[in-house]
Design a protein around this ligand. Structure first.
Ligand code: E4P
Length: 218
């Protein structure tokens, strides 16, 4: 399973990368806004900085909703660095653009996916990744993990190459359950990756080992 970090914060990206387990990064316009990154040139420069930290797929989202504009923006993003993945919303014009990018060998991440039908369409269009948002489904009393399960099954049935990228992952159990189901990738905040480390028996066990070692060396 690949681990992506879902942030535009360079310190968090660096910290996750230094842990040695990071495979890529996802961003979105809200995450860029959270870091105070505005304006075309600043946004492009920020993506470049992310690409300099992480040697892996970096999703950069288009703002346009019209086919020609999505293509223009996506091509400019793809030109920034070979690791850029163009993130395109699950809309009619987006699907057309994903097919266009796919035919040109440009990687894509189809975002804002909330149903199995949408995921099927993204795979048919040749998306590299599909991003179902599990936390946002849970927020509206719908089981996000069941959607991951459905998509994994459908892609398996037909051998689609599109990778299931579980997004809107809010806590450690989301991540672990995605791994059980067989999601190809999870994207989550740094806190969720670090949360995997935690177990009270690890902490108490280590404290005892260190204390016993100290007794022996007296
Ligand atoms: C996916 O790529 C999105 O950036 C993200 O996972 C959305 O998460 P949120 O629902 O916590 O905003």
């Amino acid at each position: 399973m690949k681990f992506f970090i879902d942030t535009a914060n360079l310190n968090d990206i660096q910290e996750a990368y230094d842990l040695g387990v990071l495979d890529g990064v996802t961003t979105n316009p809200s995450l860029m806004h959270k870091e105070g990154i505005y304006g075309h040139d600043n946004v492009m420069a920020h993506y470049k900085k992310i690409c300099e930290i992480v040697d892996g797929d970096i999703s950069a989202e288009v703002i346009a909703t019209d086919f020609n504009e999505i293509v223009r923006e996506g091509e400019a993003l793809a030109d920034l660095h070979p690791n850029i993945v163009v993130k395109v919303p699950m809309i009619r014009e987006g699907i057309k653009a994903i097919r266009y990018f796919s035919d040109k060998g440009i990687k894509t991440n189809c975002t804002l996916v909330f149903s199995a039908g949408q995921a099927l369409l993204a795979a048919k269009a040749g998306a590299t990744y599909v991003s179902p948002f599990i936390g946002r489904l849970d927020d509206v009393s719908t089981n996000g993990l069941s959607l991951i399960e459905q998509i994994v099954q459908i892609y398996d049935n037909y051998g689609y190459q599109t990778e299931v990228l579980a997004a809107s992952v809010r806590h450690v159990m989301h991540l672990v359950q995605c791994a059980e189901i067989g999601a190809d990738v999870v994207t989550c905040p740094l806190s969720v990756i670090l949360g995997l480390l935690k177990h009270p028996l690890t902490d108490s066990g280590l404290a005892t080992f260190l204390a016993d070692h100290a007794k022996g060396s007296k």
